[in-house]
Unconditional design. Structure first.
Length: 419
């Protein structure tokens, strides 16, 4: 035990016990929430450094406090590495997480009441993409396009173009939190150009897969703005980044600080800098390809065993299982049953879900975290079978206890990085 952990155990045993309990939970179960991952030991080390003591309002070379020689070093490392990895002309690495990241992007270019064309929440869009319950949905006029569930969730671009021509959005936004397909960025760019709108892609879920050259990069298609969190498929600390064309750099930077945030979290920026160094390696490219291969295998296995996926498959790292159609229970109950056997998923709305968000009709499943542990396609086949079988045997205590033991035995063969 290192000295810092020993001090925590000595001075706050209740907090320490929760920390140890969470470490054990992560070791003994399999994490299949697509927005979660296991970060690098070096990231955990960077997060616990003295950079957490330092205020650094402003940007490198233009700070409001003294003593910035080393904070400037780490922020420049993170910015330069982000530009290289994502082939972007400018990067802002200060957003504290995904929601303020998107808020800063909107506020850089929009006035209250301006229109944004974005994906409908139930069809895969994020809360910050204009959900009525979000502050952004109250400030701006979000017009929401939908997918075609009867056509494997594909987007009808003729309909998107029609909506854009009718509503004249200032931003055409593509991005998702529960959409298992890739985007046709070229089609979005054509529509935005036709109506004189900016193009924005929120790739928070697939940022790591883009960095690893396993999925298409919006910046290669001339997008104006790209946002991504750093803690999902990118495997970094909890934070966000805004990538953009050079001409938008000043507006973005001013929107983040002083427009929306105060002092950046420099310990997180240090951890982001390390994450981006890893993202540029051949090993990370292999990891990104493996995430996709595992997802396709898991999706195929679920469908072969009676699982109904909302898009009939996946092009990325995630899938949404319609649990009502598959096994006759809602997503809240399915999440709870799988928790009992140490398989972690999350309840998820499906397109035009008749059920409320806290008791939706599906669960969301993804492969980044399991792939980080070294699990491969053989394990995905096993997990796919287990998921359907477990949901079918809900209420059988003996069965669930036996299945939990099998999951924990599987996990013992795949250590969690950093624990």
């Amino acid at each position: 035990m290192d000295a810092h952990r020993a001090l925590l155990q000595q001075n706050d045993p209740d907090l320490y016990a929760a920390l140890v309990g969470e470490e054990q939970r992560q070791r003994s179960g399999v994490e299949l929430i697509p927005s979660e991952n296991y970060t690098y030991p070096e990231v955990l080390a960077a997060l616990g450094t003295v950079f957490t003591n330092k205020y650094s309002e402003g940007y490198p070379g233009r700070r409001y406090y003294g003593g910035q020689e080393y904070t400037d070093v780490i922020e420049n490392l993170a910015r330069n590495r982000a530009c290289a990895v994502f082939r972007s002309e400018h990067a802002n690495v200060q957003p504290l997480s995904g929601s303020p990241m998107n808020q800063a992007a909107y506020l850089a270019f929009l006035e209250p009441g301006d229109t944004v064309l974005a994906m409908d929440l139930s069809h895969g869009g994020h809360l910050t993409h204009g959900a009525p319950v979000s502050h952004m949905g109250r400030i701006f006029n979000f017009v929401r396009y939908k997918t075609q569930p009867d056509k494997e969730g594909r987007i009808d671009f003729a309909e998107v173009r029609k909506m854009a021509l009718e509503t004249k959005p200032k931003i055409v936004l593509c991005g998702y939190t529960s959409y298992p397909r890739d985007y046709d960025y070229d089609e979005f760019k054509k529509i935005a150009d036709e109506v004189g709108a900016l193009t924005m892609a929120d790739v928070s879920h697939i940022g790591g897969l883009i960095a690893g050259d396993a999925m298409r990069n919006p910046m290669d298609y001339g997008f104006d703005i790209m946002t991504t969190t750093t803690h999902k498929s990118l495997r970094g600390p909890r934070g966000g980044m805004i990538l953009c064309k050079k001409g938008h750099a000043q507006a973005i930077d001013k929107s983040v600080f002083p427009g929306l945030q105060g002092g950046p979290h420099m310990n997180t920026i240090a951890a982001v800098a390390y994450t981006l160094k890893e993202a540029a390696t051949p090993d990370f490219k292999t990891y990104a390809r493996n995430v996709l291969a595992n997802a396709k295998t898991l999706a195929k296995t679920l469908m072969e065993n009676g699982g109904a996926l909302v898009t009939g498959g996946t092009d990325n790292h995630m899938m949404v299982l319609n649990t009502v159609e598959s096994v006759g229970i809602d997503g809240k109950e399915a999440e709870k049953v799988l928790d009992e056997v140490a398989i972690t998923t999350n309840k998820q709305i499906i397109p035009d879900d008749p059920n409320p968000p806290l008791r939706p009709s599906g669960i969301r499943i993804g492969t980044p975290a399991a792939t980080t542990r070294g699990m491969g396609e053989a394990e995905m086949v096993q997990l796919g079978r287990w998921i359907i079988d477990t949901l079918q045997h809900r209420g059988d205590a003996g069965y669930l206890a036996k299945r939990r033991g099998e999951v924990e035995e599987l996990c013992r063969g795949f250590p969690v990085p950093g624990i």
